[in-house]
Design a protein around this ligand. Sequence first.
Ligand SMILES: [Zn+2]
Length: 106
Amino acid sequence: MRENKTIYCEKCVGEIKSKDDLVVTNKFIYIVPYHEKCFSKELKGISTIFVGNKPINGTSANVSTILAVILGIVVLFIEELRFFSVVSLVVLCVRLYSWIQYERHL
Ligand SMILES: [Zn+2]
Protein backbone atom coordinates (compact mmCIF):
# COMPACT_ATOMS: atom_id res chain seq x y z
CA MET A 1 0.00 0.00 0.00
CA ARG A 2 1.30 3.44 -0.97
CA GLU A 3 1.57 6.01 1.79
CA ASN A 4 1.13 9.76 1.24
CA LYS A 5 -0.99 9.42 -1.83
CA THR A 6 -1.52 12.75 -3.56
CA ILE A 7 -5.14 13.87 -3.71
CA TYR A 8 -6.21 15.89 -6.74
CA CYS A 9 -9.24 18.14 -6.88
CA GLU A 10 -11.99 16.93 -9.19
CA LYS A 11 -12.62 20.45 -10.50
CA CYS A 12 -9.28 22.27 -10.87
CA VAL A 13 -7.01 19.17 -10.82
CA GLY A 14 -4.78 20.94 -8.27
CA GLU A 15 -3.30 19.09 -5.35
CA ILE A 16 -5.26 19.14 -2.10
CA LYS A 17 -2.72 19.58 0.66
CA SER A 18 -4.69 19.93 3.84
CA LYS A 19 -7.55 18.11 5.48
CA ASP A 20 -9.23 21.45 6.19
CA ASP A 21 -9.29 22.15 2.47
CA LEU A 22 -10.76 18.78 1.54
CA VAL A 23 -14.42 18.25 0.76
CA VAL A 24 -15.40 14.74 -0.28
CA THR A 25 -18.76 14.38 -1.96
CA ASN A 26 -20.55 12.14 -4.40
CA LYS A 27 -20.78 12.70 -8.13
CA PHE A 28 -23.23 10.24 -9.62
CA ILE A 29 -22.09 7.04 -7.99
CA TYR A 30 -18.51 8.17 -7.59
CA ILE A 31 -16.92 9.56 -4.44
CA VAL A 32 -14.74 12.52 -5.42
CA PRO A 33 -12.52 15.05 -3.60
CA TYR A 34 -12.69 18.83 -4.00
CA HIS A 35 -10.96 21.89 -2.60
CA GLU A 36 -13.34 23.66 -0.26
CA LYS A 37 -13.48 26.65 -2.67
CA CYS A 38 -13.95 24.46 -5.74
CA PHE A 39 -16.77 22.59 -4.05
CA SER A 40 -18.73 25.77 -3.35
CA LYS A 41 -18.09 26.94 -6.93
CA GLU A 42 -19.27 23.61 -8.26
CA LEU A 43 -22.43 23.89 -6.17
CA LYS A 44 -23.26 27.21 -7.80
CA GLY A 45 -22.64 25.84 -11.29
CA ILE A 46 -24.73 23.70 -13.55
CA SER A 47 -23.10 20.52 -12.32
CA THR A 48 -25.06 20.78 -9.07
CA ILE A 49 -27.46 18.28 -10.57
CA PHE A 50 -24.66 15.75 -10.65
CA VAL A 51 -22.76 16.66 -7.53
CA GLY A 52 -24.06 15.82 -4.10
CA ASN A 53 -24.61 19.03 -2.15
CA LYS A 54 -23.56 17.49 1.12
CA PRO A 55 -19.93 16.78 2.00
CA ILE A 56 -19.20 13.20 3.01
CA ASN A 57 -16.34 14.21 5.29
CA GLY A 58 -16.28 16.68 8.18
CA THR A 59 -17.94 16.91 11.57
CA SER A 60 -21.56 17.09 10.42
CA ALA A 61 -21.02 14.07 8.18
CA ASN A 62 -19.51 12.15 11.09
CA VAL A 63 -22.52 12.97 13.24
CA SER A 64 -24.96 11.86 10.50
CA THR A 65 -22.98 8.65 10.02
CA ILE A 66 -23.11 7.82 13.72
CA LEU A 67 -26.85 8.58 13.78
CA ALA A 68 -27.39 6.43 10.69
CA VAL A 69 -25.54 3.54 12.31
CA ILE A 70 -27.50 3.83 15.56
CA LEU A 71 -30.75 4.00 13.59
CA GLY A 72 -29.59 1.04 11.50
CA ILE A 73 -29.07 -1.03 14.63
CA VAL A 74 -32.41 0.03 16.11
CA VAL A 75 -34.40 -0.88 12.98
CA LEU A 76 -32.78 -4.32 12.98
CA PHE A 77 -35.11 -5.11 15.87
CA ILE A 78 -38.21 -3.86 14.07
CA GLU A 79 -39.17 -6.38 11.45
CA GLU A 80 -41.13 -3.97 9.23
CA LEU A 81 -38.26 -1.49 9.12
CA ARG A 82 -35.37 -3.92 8.89
CA PHE A 83 -34.79 -2.91 5.28
CA PHE A 84 -33.56 0.50 6.40
CA SER A 85 -30.54 -1.00 8.11
CA VAL A 86 -29.18 -1.60 4.60
CA VAL A 87 -29.35 2.15 3.98
CA SER A 88 -27.39 2.80 7.15
CA LEU A 89 -24.81 0.23 6.09
CA VAL A 90 -24.39 2.06 2.76
CA VAL A 91 -23.93 5.37 4.60
CA LEU A 92 -21.25 3.78 6.75
CA CYS A 93 -19.45 2.25 3.75
CA VAL A 94 -19.42 5.56 1.87
CA ARG A 95 -18.01 7.31 4.95
CA LEU A 96 -15.29 4.66 5.33
CA TYR A 97 -14.46 4.79 1.63
CA SER A 98 -13.98 8.57 1.80
CA TRP A 99 -11.63 8.13 4.75
CA ILE A 100 -9.61 5.27 3.26
CA GLN A 101 -9.33 6.86 -0.18
CA TYR A 102 -8.66 10.49 0.73
CA GLU A 103 -8.75 11.71 4.31
CA ARG A 104 -6.15 9.42 5.84
CA HIS A 105 -3.55 10.57 3.30
CA LEU A 106 -3.72 14.20 4.40
ZN1 LIG B 1 -9.76 22.61 -6.75
